[in-house]
Design a protein around this ligand. Structure first.
Ligand SMILES: C[S@@+](CC[C@H](N)C(=O)[O-])C[C@H]1O[C@@H](n2cnc3c(N)ncnc32)[C@H](O)[C@@H]1O
Length: 344
């Protein structure tokens, strides 16, 4: 039972643990304690609302484990949604505050059925920045799938193969690139056949640039051209991009975690995707119960602007956030390739 009377910061293990199948009320109370807001000051010490601070270590994992859980022991969908919504809100509030140490990670990505290459990515401490400073499971799955997708989708190969960058070189864009795993994998796989521009919010781009530099040797060996820059989906560029400025391929992994994201993301795709019938959007995202409405909205908005699924599938990955019981959390992910429907 959580006590709000103590001034001692709680430990995350003092909060209700999922393996004990806590009630929605207990979970919501715990999530309320994790709200990032100033203590309120009353006119006397007695009136002041005491809010026990929770030590930041492990809080992001705790919240992610709630979002990843089916919460199937709770009595109704409404209760499940209330808990997921509260956990999602806490995660975005705290994404700048969760104590995760900075680390460099190594990812092995297949280049074919026999060969693979290694990317090194820096993930700054999550104490100072936000969600894009971590590499998420769907970007890992999409990076590992890319070589197959590139082989099975002729549109992702330029009409004339060449080792020189010229007008037949494909132009690719990654939205919400985070640490850059998908875009850098694409760059290595396509080499001189494509250029790629990795984009994200201003707070994320410095680390993205750093990660491009960390992999310079491999990128040079692959003859890849990678640039980085800010591209905020909520802002419409003025003037709007011309057909020449648009991209042949748009990539995105795990881009939906707030109610505005489906609309912003699809508007951004509409602005930046080339109008050619060969243009493709390649996305992968986790099917976390808490975010299913956003995934549905993304699908229907993509259809509304005239894009149709060319190829799609589901696969299982593992979050590197541990669940409440210390096990890796299984995550079902949906990947899809989209093109303009010939009907429009
Ligand atoms: C869950 S992270 C995924 C990062 C990376 N694609 C991965 O899968 O590892 C979502 C990314 O979307 C970015 N993002 C969120 N809102 C955005 C916006 N309005 N414009 C551009 N990027 C945004 C975040 O900064 C973050 O990098």
């Amino acid at each position: 039972m959580i006590s709000a009377d103590s001034d001692e910061p709680l430990h995350v293990l003092d909060l209700p643990q999922l393996y004990t199948k806590p009630s929605a009320t207990d979970l919501l109370k715990a999530l309320e304690l994790l709200a990032v807001q100033p203590r309120s000051f009353g006119s006397s010490a007695h009136e002041a609302v005491k809010r026990p601070a929770v030590q930041p270590a492990g809080v992001a994992q705790y919240l992610t484990s709630i979002i990843s859980s089916s919460l199937k022991w709770l009595e109704s969908d409404e209760l499940r949604e209330a808990v997921w919504d509260a956990a999602a809100a806490r995660l975005s509030e705290r994404s700048g505050r969760a104590a995760m140490p900075a680390m460099s990670r190594v990812f092995n990505i297949p280049a074919s059925s026999k060969e693979e290459f290694t990317l090194t990515l820096h993930e700054p401490s999550l104490t100072s920045d936000n969600l894009g400073n971590k590499t998420w499971v769907s970007s890992y799955l999409l990076s590992r799938r890319l070589h197959n997708l590139l082989e099975s989708t002729p549109q992702l190969v330029p009409a004339t193969s060449t080792t020189q960058k010229d007008s037949s070189t494909l132009r690719a864009l990654e939205l919400g690139a985070g640490t850059g795993l998908v875009g850098l994998s694409f760059a290595v796989l396509r080499g001189a056949l494509a250029t790629i521009h990795l984009t994200d919010l201003p707070a994320i781009v410095p680390n993205l640039e750093h990660n491009v530099k960390l992999n310079t040797e491999l990128l040079e060996k692959s003859d890849a051209t990678v640039t980085t820059g800010v591209l905020d989906w909520s802002v419409a560029p003025d003037p709007l991009p011309s057909q020449d400025e648009r991209y042949d391929i748009i990539l995105a992994a795990d881009p939906l975690y707030s109610p505005e994201h489906p609309k912003w993301l699809v508007n951004t795709i509409k602005r930046w995707l080339s109008r050619g019938l060969d243009a493709r959007v390649v996305v992968e995202m986790p099917l976390r119960d808490a975010y299913l409405p956003q995934v549905q909205e993304f699908r229907s908005r993509m259809g509304d602007i005239g894009l149709a699924v060319v190829e799609e599938g589901e696969e299982i990955g593992y979050d590197d956030w541990e669940g409440a019981d210390g096990e890796s959390v299984e995550v079902r992910c949906w990947w899809s390739v989209w093109g303009w429907s010939e009907k429009i």
